[in-house]
Ligand binder design. Structure first.
Ligand SMILES: C[S@@+](CC[C@H](N)C(=O)[O-])C[C@H]1O[C@@H](n2cnc3c(N)ncnc32)[C@H](O)[C@@H]1O
Length: 291
């Protein structure tokens, strides 16, 4: 990365970020403490804060500088409210694995829409977010477990041997009602290496969560995942830190917490950040048993 790739006015950038309430790593502390920005230190600090090309892309995409203040941060579980494409480049990936129920790219129309307003999934009209998360994990060489729909083309790097099936149970599956089979399964793509543990079936049977059950627990997400399913996946991941860049109401974080792992979740929609934070704070009991 050359100096010409860096933002033009670093001091103005800092000021704007502070005004917007963003915390900035490293160099910002010096700026707050009143360090003088000579041409030399200015360049050095620019390089340190924008250490990677992906961080530069984040700046270009969303104007984020460093990590935002956490929405929730307790006992090794952290939630950030924002766009994962802008936040991921600033996260540590040492000892991490991604486990993420991404927007599938199929424009979900939830049957819960009528009763609970617009439950469409943000960024579900294509696979841009999914592919950005996979690119980030691949760049950092960390394993990634990514959900997907059989109705959408798989990520380029995925071969059939790298696909698990989530059997959602007999009580779900609408699809084409003239077709005598219902789509009651989803796919889980396994990227990268280092997975561990006892050999178990590549078909994971966990009942999908009914809308009424989620609502009874104060949650409104149209695609909430069973915590048991997320635990079965996380337990095979190496490392101590689980990252879910599209966490919804936080099933992955609850599962990680139950397994004694640290976790970071990111979510664009503040309603879901709030529901996840409440859930984590309440030490939620897992109500979704394996089928
Ligand atoms: C399939 S849902 C995850 C549901 C979650 N597994 C649960 O149990 O509640 C995907 C989530 O990604 C969020 N999302 C979409 N685009 C995003 C982005 N760019 N950054 C962060 N979150 C995003 C959506 O708001 C949605 O809640």
């Amino acid at each position: 990365m050359s100096d010409s790739d860096l933002p033009g006015d670093w001091v103005a950038l800092h000021e704007a970020a502070w005004a917007a309430g963003w915390s900035i790593d490293g160099a910002s502390a010096g700026y707050r403490a009143g360090w003088t920005y000579t041409a030399t230190t200015h360049d050095r600090r620019q390089r340190r804060a924008f250490a990677t090309a992906s961080a530069m892309r984040a700046w270009a995409a969303g104007g984020y500088v460093g990590l935002p203040a956490p929405y929730y941060d307790h006992h090794g579980i952290t939630i950030y409210h924002g766009d994962c494409q802008a936040i991921l480049p600033w996260l540590t990936s040492t000892g991490a694995a991604v486990v993420s129920d991404v927007p599938y790219g199929r424009v979900l129309r939830s049957s819960r829409n009528g009763a609970h307003g617009n439950c469409a999934i943000a960024n579900d009209d294509d696979t841009t977010v999914r592919d950005a998360i996979i690119a980030w994990a691949t760049e950092r060489r960390i394993p990634a477990v990514i959900f997907g729909s059989p109705a959408v083309p798989r990520p380029a790097a995925i071969t059939p041997a790298r696909v698990l099936i989530w059997d959602k149970g007999e009580h779900v599956g609408m699809g084409d009602l003239t077709w005598p089979w219902k789509p009651n399964y989803e796919e889980i793509y396994i990227l990268g290496d280092g997975y561990q543990g006892r050999r178990t079936s590549s078909v994971l049977r966990y009942n999908a969560i009914a809308g009424t059950v989620a609502l009874a627990h104060g949650r409104t997400h149209p695609t909430e995942k069973p915590v048991g399913l997320m635990q079965a996946l996380i337990t095979k991941c190496p490392g101590t830190l689980i990252i879910d860049p599209t966490m919804g109401t936080g099933a992955t974080l609850v599962a990680a917490k139950n397994l004694g792992r640290c976790a970071i979740g990111i979510e664009l929609d503040e309603r879901y950040c709030e529901q996840a934070a409440q859930r984590l704070a309440q030490e939620v009991l897992d109500f979704d048993e394996a089928a």
